[in-house]
Design a protein around this ligand. Structure first.
Ligand SMILES: Cc1ncc(COP(=O)(O)O)c(C=O)c1O
Ligand SMILES: [Zn+2]
Length: 404
């Protein structure tokens, strides 16, 4: 029987069948991605017309999500896209759309990938799933494992994880290991201890996660009907930007688009190994030992998917920028108080990056940009983020009524 999909090494091209639980190439150690041998012969138009009439979850695009067994879904995807005039004015560009991934079931884009990843775990007959996380991956995996009846184990940093994310993780029932070090160490220990065991690893090195997350590109195309814009993405482990790129490339392969949009990778100044590599024109990532930023979701010094993301940014003729925590918090405030969209700090980096690129003359003022708002504000009610709002002098009701 012809394979629906294969797992292919992005460096040496070695192929592995889709039923093999494998996270890196056995021949050269590089990353794997899912490939469809039949894709180039597919009639994109007829595929797209069948997507139109289905309910708005990622599974609307099921022909391009190669799961053959039971689908584990919490109705992820189908998130709204808002035209945000005030955000555009603040950043200095013609038009900004906010793709609000905070409205996924557990409040972040991770749910797209986790629906597919946990479905794959079920297909493979795995009973336990594991991940390292800065918080959103563990929240999502814990919920989807609960929905599937699987056991979940997560490794998270003890310090700095956002309260909402830790709460979701334990509430949904994951066995939680908190370590003194940061995310990079957590992922390192998951990979060194769990590869080869009977548990299934659901970090974004798992190529099936990417298959779910790529649907964001399909939604942008079905909603906006063109690709004449930048897509600005906050980058941590480099999984999401790689996934979005893969989605657009697949649309191009089936002739639904002429060319993908230009991608913009944004990192925080204290955790910017990927952006630094792109800016210096280097081809190898230099890890940051002690990444620091208020945006805990992207506090990552050694992104595992950097090779895929580098290809995405270069091939799309994209841009990369790093932003200060202060600018991230300002973008978060603009989105919340002037647009009405509450996002966590990491998500606001996508908007902050646009402002900085325009100021530096690297992005044209006439641009249209889709900012991916990756996670909900409720995720991260940590004191250091709330306190500047609370410390402003509060007026009495009488004083406030007089002042309007
Ligand atoms: C809210 C949020 N934004 C952005 C990212 C970065 O995504 P990636 O690690 O796939 O680059 C993450 C990852 O944890 C996240 O939780
Ligand atoms: Zn290889």
């Amino acid at each position: 029987m012809k394979e629906l999909a294969v797992q292919k090494c992005i460096s040496c091209g070695a192929e592995y069948p889709s039923h093999e639980p494998i996270y890196s190439c056995r021949a050269c150690g590089s990353l794997l991605e899912i490939k469809f041998p039949w894709l180039a012969e597919t009639d994109g138009r007829s595929l797209a017309s069948s997507w139109e009439h289905r309910s708005r979850t990622i599974w609307r695009f099921k022909e391009l999500i190669p799961i053959t067994g039971r689908v584990v879904s919490l109705m992820e995807g189908g998130t709204p896209i808002y035209l945000a005039e005030k955000a555009a004015k603040w950043a200095g560009v013609r038009e900004i759309y906010i793709k609000f991934e905070g409205l996924n079931p557990t409040g972040s884009f991770k749910d797209r990938g986790m629906s597919v990843g946990v479905s794959k775990a079920v297909e493979l007959g795995r009973k336990i799933v594991v991940c390292a996380s800065t918080g959103n991956t563990s929240s999502s995996m814990s919920a989807y494992a609960a929905a599937a009846g699987l056991k979940a184990i997560v490794v998270v940093p003890k310090k700095g994880i956002a309260a909402g994310k830790l709460f979701q993780t334990v509430l949904h029932g994951a066995k939680t290991v908190q370590i003194a070090e940061g995310f990079d160490k957590a992922l390192g220990s998951v990979l060194s201890k769990a590869v080869g065991s009977e548990v299934y690893i659901l970090n974004s090195v798992n190529p099936w996660r990417i298959e779910g997350q790529k649907t964001l590109a399909f939604e942008l195309w079905t909603d906006l009907k063109n690709t004449d814009y930048f897509v600005s993405v906050p980058v941590g482990n480099c999984g999401n930007i790689s996934a979005i790129w893969k989605g657009f490339k697949e649309l191009q392969t089936i002739d639904l688009i002429d060319r993908p949009p230009r991608l913009v990778a944004v990192q925080a100044e204290g955790a910017s190994p990927f952006v630094d590599m792109v800016k210096k024109g280097e081809n190898v990532l230099r890890p940051v030992e002690n990444p620091t930023t208020i945006a805990s979701a992207i506090r990552i010094g050694k992104p595992v998917n950097w090779m895929k993301a580098l290809k995405a940014v270069r091939e799309s003729e994209g841009l990369a920028e790093k932003v200060s925590d202060q600018l991230i918090l300002e973008a978060q405030r603009i989105l919340a108080s002037e647009v009405g969209i509450g996002v966590e700090p990491a998500s606001a980096a996508s908007l902050a990056g646009v402002k900085k690129l325009v100021e530096k003359g690297l992005m044209d003022k006439s641009s249209t940009v889709v900012c991916v708002a990756t996670g909900h504000a409720l995720k991260d009610p940590n004191t250091e983020i709330i306190s500047p709002y609370l410390s402003r002098r509060t007026l009495s009701l009488e004083e406030l009524l007089k002042s309007v």
